[in-house]
Design a protein around this ligand. Structure first.
Ligand code: GCU
Length: 614
């Protein structure tokens, strides 16, 4: 019987692709048998070569495929070769090694089974305050991650609620059992910890400079690594959105992180310290404080202070996973600190796995700007859950797959990785495959235009973050303002304004500083402009806002037509169609609410006479 988790891009791959630890002979025989079963007479030979580590080398010699690699390298090589064969690409001579050593999936799963910002159903492994899972499903998860070369899974939410503190105390045996299921797939687990854990254990302080606190964390680490010897490390959200941190004791983030780093160092563990820190109690009347400036102001002066096994994890943009943000200047400026780039697969602000939003084109832009030598790791907030479609929308699986592929090799073109995912996931006739490829690659532009073009942020419905509500956060405490009024919209983030542009290296600073050179897609992120501002294409700003919302909505309608015509298998076809109907409703709502919002301020009608409600 078909299992409900028997899906995603693995469905055409051998179910039992040999995990790490399988003997090379057995693995070779299994692969050969798989292809024999498909009528293709390919033979395989796996040859362990520990010097290659996670990397692999694939050659075809005298009609036999040779895969060489270390333990996980062999597994990755096998996946690469199978994927190449199934997608019709040549793999002979392929050598591959990871650009980033840690390719981490951050789940935001809570022990009660809920998932923060989860749009794919409940947690795959927690329920009722404890681990609860189908081991087969977890093994399948391991295969999924290995096939995308993701090698770390953080099991719990960065907001560590009380029950999750038990993950490093009495639930360690359960964590160990879970880790054992994933280990054969080259995946190590990580745990989010609460900086104030010493307090819940009865200490009277969590001050990182207190010897008792260091002793406490050493003992905690000792227990954790004894239970899970290959534990990847701890992930910490500190002094952020009301989470405890070193600031309460007058200590710096480097002091806080380094104390933890010292406690885990002898086990080879890392401390992944999130840089998502800003004033979440801002007064909207305060126009001098500018949230995007916050992380750089806090961390830049501490560059060089962090221990070697601390990784500062920085969200891709300075705000919070908005539809369009410039790259975080912190990623470009911390020269003496190990960094991780944090992406969000969960589509919190990008359609919540109802609206289609393929991420590879966005990531490509980020990777192109980021200095490769300084980034050690890439993390992504997971979009997985226990629903029938593990990623809510069947197409959202692309984002998980592509994340792993790009974290391995960020030079992979978005077209290539998207096409590979389609070929692995669906057997479509060529014209349909090409239509789906175009649809996915353009989906971000479509979404951006009907929701938040020109770098406008935060016009979303508070808390849920789905659907439009232009003033929803405008008079709130979160530092998320667009400051639209009858004269114009946006915040001046140049040297004359909040000075945010000055956090960038010179070339980018100059580009963003001047509205004439600032890319249109970021114009209102960096500048406050009047509605009659002339854009480079001759249109006024307000006309461009209207045009983008109309065009985005029309493009979503065209997308729905394309989708209808695709020969997708069931139940993907039905599921995608149902979600598309919701996406269209959302697109129309965004178009009308935002256009009306601005029209009411400026009173300028649409030049082309289209309907804008008043
Ligand atoms: C966003 C999100 C929160 C999350 C936070 C984080 O603000 O809405 O749910 O906790 O990011 O990244 O820590």
């Amino acid at each position: 019987m078909k299992k409900d988790y028997d899906g995603l891009w693995l469905k055409r791959l051998p179910a039992a692709l040999p995990p790490c630890g399988t003997s090379a002979e057995t693995a070779s025989a299994e692969l050969t048998a798989f292809f024999a079963g498909r009528g293709a007479g390919e033979t395989f030979l796996l040859e362990p070569d520990e010097r290659l580590g996670e990397g692999c080398r694939i050659t075809k010699e005298a009609g036999v495929w040779h895969i060489r690699g270390g333990e996980s390298g062999l597994l990755y090589g096998a996946y690469d070769l199978i994927q190449a064969l199934l997608t019709g690409r040549d793999a002979d001579g392929l050598t591959s090694s990871p650009r980033y050593a840690l390719r981490m999936l951050n789940s935001w799963d809570n022990m009660d089974g809920s998932v923060e910002r989860g749009y794919s159903g409940r947690s795959l492994w927690f329920e009722g305050g404890r681990f609860e899972y189908d081991p087969e499903r977890v093994r399948y998860l391991g295969r999924l991650l290995a096939s995308a070369h993701i090698n770390v899974l953080c099991v719990n939410n960065v907001n560590v609620h009380a029950p999750a503190q038990r993950l490093v105390t009495d639930l360690l045996p359960d964590l160990a059992a879970f880790a054992a299921l994933l280990r054969p797939f080259g995946v190590r687990v990580m745990v989010s910890v609460d900086f104030s854990l010493p307090l819940s254990a009865g200490l009277d302080t969590a001050d990182p400079l207190s010897p008792d606190v260091l002793r406490f964390w050493r003992e905690t680490a000792d227990r954790a690594w004894r239970a899970v010897p290959d534990l990847a490390g701890f992930l910490v959200k500190a002094d952020s959105e009301h989470r405890p941190g070193p600031n309460a004791y007058g200590r710096s983030h480097a002091e806080g992180a380094n104390m933890l780093a010292q406690a885990v160092a002898s086990y080879g563990g890392v401390i992944v310290w999130r840089a998502f820190v800003y004033d979440c109690l801002q007064d909207w009347r305060d126009t001098r404080t500018d949230r995007p400036c916050a992380a750089y102001e806090l961390y830049q002066p501490q560059d060089g202070d962090f221990a070697g096994n601390v990784i500062l994890q920085v969200k891709n943009g300075p705000y919070d996973f908005q539809v369009r943000e410039p790259v975080s200047p912190l990623l470009l400026s911390m020269r003496k600190t190990c960094l991780a780039l944090e992406l969000q697969l969960a589509q919190e602000y990008t359609g919540q796995q109802i609206d289609i939003y393929a991420m590879p084109p966005m990531w490509r832009e980020i990777f192109e700007i980021m200095p490769a030598d300084r980034i050690r790791a890439v993390a992504a907030v997971s979009n997985l859950g226990r629903g029938y479609f593990w990623t809510g929308h069947p197409f959202a699986a692309l984002n998980l797959y592509a994340f792993g592929r790009l974290a391995w090799d960020p030079d992979t073109a978005p077209e290539r990785v998207t096409d590979d995912w389609i070929r692995l996931s669906y057997e479509l006739p060529d014209p349909d495959r090409e239509s789906l490829l175009r649809l996915l690659l353009d989906s971000r532009n479509v979404y951006e235009r009907y929701t938040a073009p020109l770098g406008l942020c935060w016009m979303v419905t508070p808390h849920t973050h789905y659907g439009p509500n232009p003033d929803g956060y405008e008079f709130d405490l979160w530092g998320t303002y667009h400051r639209a009024d009858r004269t114009g919209v946006g915040i001046d983030r140049t040297a004359r304004g909040t000075g945010y542009t000055e956090q960038y290296p010179e070339a980018l600073r100059a580009l963003y500083e001047d509205p004439q050179t600032c890319p249109d897609r970021l114009l209102l992120f960096f500048h406050r402009l009047p509605y009659d501002y002339r854009m480079r294409d001759g249109r006024t700003l307000i006309q461009r806002i209207y045009d983008d919302h109309f065009a985005g909505c029309e493009a979503a309608e065209a997308m729905a037509e394309t989708l209808k015509a695709l020969a997708l298998p069931e139940p993907d076809r039905r599921e995608a169609a149902e979600r598309m109907a919701l996406q269209l409703k959302n697109a129309r709502e965004w178009r009308d609410v935002i256009n009306t919002f601005f029209y009411r301020f400026c009173g300028v009608p649409d030049e082309r006479g289209r309907t804008i409600y008043s």
